[in-house]
Design a protein around this ligand. Sequence first.
Ligand code: ZN
Length: 249
Amino acid sequence: MEWDHWCGGRSLHDIMPNYKFRNPLVKSYLKDNCWAIPPSTPYLLLNEIVGINIIEQPRVTWDGAVNPSFSTFYTSFFTHLEEVSWHKFIWHKRKSLRFSAYAWMALLGKLKTADLLLMKGINVLSDCSFCSTGSDNHSHLFFACDFSYSVIISLLPPLEVFLLRPNLLQTFEFFEDSQEFCCWEKIFCYFTICSSIYFLWRERNTRRFDNVWKSPTLLCGIIRLQAILAKVKNWKHYDDLNRRFDINR
Ligand SMILES: [Zn+2]
């Protein structure tokens, strides 16, 4: 009753925030197609409600959509946000929330890398935990570092064509722009990059905080088993993907 925007685009709560209706449904205040508002209702609200001719306008419809779906509400909710070009790499239909969440943070530069912590005055080791010659920052970890680059090209050999090490966005865009991959092959590559980010970040943390190290070969095996095979074997095109990317090697 008080939360939906059915009074000239406003809700009754907007008009009088402190007043609570006993029953939450508008239909509870209708009788024989006429308003049956309790006499104790504040005049300000009463005036708004009886001003609506309920016989002529018996329902509220969504502006601009005759048959609104969930996406209508969803899109409307986020209209004020700028659409980024890379959302399809992260939030595609075959995403895994855990991997995509880390990939999203990596693309935004929001993982807690040493360079960011040092800028905040937190004293941490600045060296890369994989190679010790680079620095612990987003561009080095994804994928300037020898270690992480060897992992990603082992999982996705087409990336070997780069003369210089690609950054994260270039890695995604390489597959997006390529004519050699069809739609579901591109989704597979996006998924593989996202899962690699997650496992590389975990490996970086276990090296840093637990002093436990895995080789690139072992880490690739874990990504294949725990991410790619675990998810992709249920995909419709698994056999084709396996032939093209040698998933089950
Ligand atoms: Zn490194």
